[in-house]
Write a protein that binds this ligand. Structure first.
Ligand code: BG6
Length: 479
């Protein structure tokens, strides 16, 4: 539909911004924190861009007051951050570390004092290393109990102050990169193990959502899914069928479980025929069907376009673009299922991510048609090179254009009938990109550091800072 006039954002729309503990905090061993799998993984040379790690990151642990003051100056309504499990339970279980709880309590209080609603992510990939060593982390059902204990500790402590919670961040990414492409810890390449770990993560997700309803009955919780709606490369029915395959295996495989408590039929049959379908025990499906999220969180960066791929066609790519050299991402696919194709209608970033605001509207509509739940955009943003000028300005017009077009797409989706609770950009300050170092910047606030030198970690407002401030002030009327 093309409208002459668009609906307005609701008055309590959550204009937000997001981050994750490992990517901003630093202080990796301070105040009793235990080691996470990322603390350990990044010590192995060659795992990340220029061997970057989050030991110091952007030092948010020590500078959170300064960061919150900047958020307040901007007029931010919500700040999504993750809690590091290893600050609360250094070993992942048993002993609670009060100093860790205190850090997040201080952060939450500081946000609330500045009229910023905290949105807590319970898990953003920094699994306690001890649990990885003890029982293989997500590959053991023991994690369901430990994750639930950790979450309940947080629900009890912060449930009276924090009303929006995210359970798992991008389960689809952490299991795929952890167990299929071996780019994240534990760096395994085994699809069967991925599907088993993923099923256990589904059960853990449902278990904590069920606990949440008990401890925070007036709050809302949902997972954050890395959502890349799929397009067929052409109207050739073979391409269209390939797109259906990809949508089923890459999106519905998670979303149907979260929202309907069921695995999609074709994808499950496909994995069964390969002999790698996950092991379903008594009671699993009952749990998944019983528990529903209050909203769907989505992290939206791009759509994917796919084409027909014969049985002897393209396989899993070895090469992602983590350098920012445009055009270096390698072709990738699943023989007999689909292969990724370049969409000639879309520009890409320097990291080869398609820029597609209309894809966001399409995605929001697909989710609403299929699941009819409120949606919270928990991440959207542009990772690019930014230049700090001599007069301490950063002209990131490219980011303003990107965000403006995506917010307009949100407005169109709302006009279509999508129930959108809020929009969090990724990210507030610049931060560490897991595999891409510090040069791929996302923030409204430039942080003066790079891969080679932590410099003075000074905060400098980019032009997009002032632009988003005005977006919030006008409740999305001036983009
Ligand atoms: C999401 C993650 O996948 O995308 C973030 O939740 C991440 O943690 C963001 O940083 C951007 O990805 P990248 O690879 O550009 O850092």
């Amino acid at each position: 539909m093309i409208y002459e006039e668009l609906d307005k954002f609701q008055d309590d729309f959550l204009w937000g911004s997001a981050s994750a503990a490992y990517q901003v905090e630093g202080a990796w061993d301070k105040d009793g924190k235990g080691e996470s799998v990322w603390d350990v993984y990044t010590r192995q040379p060659g795992t990340t861009f220029k061997n970057t790690n989050g030991n110091i990151a952007v030092d948010h642990y020590n500078r959170y007051k300064e960061d919150v003051a900047l958020m307040a100056e901007m007029g931010l309504k919500a700040y999504r951050f993750s809690i590091a499990w290893t600050r609360i339970y250094p070993n992942g279980r048993n002993e609670v570390n009060e100093e860790g709880l205190k850090f997040y309590e201080n952060l939450i209080d500081e946000l609330i004092a500045n009229n910023i609603q905290p949105i807590i992510t319970l898990y953003h990939w920094d699994l306690p290393q001890h649990l990885q060593d003890l029982y293989g982390g997500w590959e053991s059902r023991e994690i369901i109990h430990d994750f639930n204990e950790y979450c309940v500790t947080l629900f009890k402590r912060f449930g009276n102050k924090v009303k929006h919670w995210v359970s798992l961040n991008e389960q689809n990414i952490f299991v795929t990169l952890g167990y299929v492409t071996a780019m994240h810890p534990p760096a395994v390449k085994d699809q069967k193990r991925m599907l088993e770990a993923n099923h256990i993560a589904n059960l853990a997700n449902a278990t904590v959502i069920e606990s949440f309803k008990k401890y925070v009955p007036d709050g809302m919780i949902g997972p954050s899914f890395a959502f890349g709606p799929v397009y067929p490369f052409s109207c050739d029915p073979k391409d269209v069928l390939s797109a259906e395959n990809a949508e089923d295996l890459n999106c519905n495989w998670w979303l149907d479980v979260y929202c309907k408590g069921k695995y999609p039929v074709f994808a499950f049959k496909y994995y069964e025929r390969l002999g790698i379908a996950p092991t379903i025990e008594d009671g699993d499906l009952e749990l998944l069907e019983r528990v529903k999220p209050d909203f769907i969180g989505i992290n939206y960066y791009q759509t994917s376009t796919v084409a027909f791929n014969p049985l002897d066609g393209v396989g899993q790519s070895e090469g992602i673009n983590n350098t920012g050299k445009k055009g270096t991402a390698k072709e990738s696919g699943l023989p007999g299922v689909y292969k990724n194709a370049k969409n000639a209608h879309l520009e890409t970033t320097n990291w080869d991510w398609a820029i597609d605001p209309t894809g966001l509207r399409i995605g929001l509509r697909r989710l609403t048609s299929k699941y009819n739940l409120p949606i919270l955009i928990t991440e959207n943003g542009l990772g690019e090179f930014d230049k700090l000028e001599e007069d301490d300005t950063v002209n990131d017009a490219h980011r303003i254009d990107y965000l403006s077009a995506h917010i307009k797409a949100c407005k169109e989706a709302i006009t279509d009938g999508v129930d959108l609770l809020g929009y969090c950009t990724w990210s507030f300050t610049d931060l560490l990109s897991w595999l891409n170092g510090y040069q791929k910047r996302y923030g409204f606030v430039y942080v003066d550091r790079d891969e080679n030198d932590q410099k003075d970690l000074r905060r400098i407002k980019k032009n997009s800072f002032y632009w988003y401030k005005n977006v919030i002030r006008t409740n999305g009327e001036e983009l």
